[in-house]
Design a protein around this ligand. Structure first.
Ligand code: ACO
Length: 209
């Protein structure tokens, strides 16, 4: 069983508009490919390296096999692969992965948004919705994230929703062609007063639609 999946989350309103999360779809292929091709320079420094070229990995034809493997993990209960929508339009992805239950009840979370919606609170709102879902219906106790020390924008996003820094993971992940150090941040259930979205709403960064 996979509590909390599938789900549609939000909307949470930010200056750019209404942010919602929903499961990935097979028909996301064209917009996924177009966005990732156009925003290569914005995304590549922060994303896991791949064997094939960026162009090949982001061809429209690369989505169906990627979609299938993500959906298979979702069915097994180990992943929540979601799309971030702004005003109903695809603008990025947020993924909860390596969901482990039992006495750990933990997972990681990662995200990207298109360059043209940047700096308007979209990733922050998406992360809040994703975290509240993990700590609520999904029943997790801990969610962690890893971020490169050079990725100031993502660190700001993580801070705004209340992640705590736990340490520096040396040469942790193969990103942009080399083994890169990453900062490990985490949050356990109940660390924020109320929900994570409430924290954003109270600080004036978001509003309930
Ligand atoms: N230096 C310092 N702060 C910065 C910079 C910078 N160069 N650029 C942006 N910021 C700050 C903004 O001021 C804002 O903080 P504020 O609200 O306190 O002013 C914050 O970063 C951005 O907040 P949002 O608008 O909610 O974020 P956005 O929707 O722009 O998305 C994201 C940020 C996800 C990092 C986006 O730029 C992106 O997709 N980048 C490429 C992929 C990526 O890095 N993904 C994250 C990998 S790490 C992980 O997944 C845990």
């Amino acid at each position: 069983s996979h509590p909390g999946w599938p789900a549609k989350l939000g909307p949470l309103t930010v200056p750019a508009g209404d942010v919602t999360l929903r499961p990935i779809r097979l028909r996301d292929a064209a917009v996924w490919s177009r966005t990732r091709m156009r925003d290569r320079a914005h995304l590549e420094p922060w994303e896991p390296s791949g064997d094939a070229s960026w162009e090949l990995r982001h061809a429209i034809s690369s989505w169906p096999p990627l979609f299938s493997s993500l959906k298979a993990e979702a069915r097994r209960g180990t992943m929540l692969p979601m799309v971030i929508e702004l005003n109903g339009e695809f603008c990025g992805q947020i993924t909860v992965g390596n969901i482990v239950r039992g006495a750990l009840r933990s997972a990681w979370i990662g995200y990207w948004v298109s360059k043209d919606v940047g700096g308007q609170g979209v990733a922050t709102a998406a992360l809040a919705l994703g975290l509240d879902h993990c700590f609520g219906p999904v029943g997790l106790h801990r969610v962690e994230a890893t971020v490169r020390p050079e990725n100031q924008a993502s660190q700001a996003v993580l801070r705004k929703v209340g992640f705590r820094e736990e340490g520096l993971l040396k040469r942790y992940l193969d990103v942009d062609g080399a083994w890169r150090d990453h900062i490990l941040v985490a949050m356990t259930v109940g660390e924020t007063p109320g929900t994570v979205a409430d924290v954003l709403v109270r600080s004036g960064r978001a509003a309930w639609a």
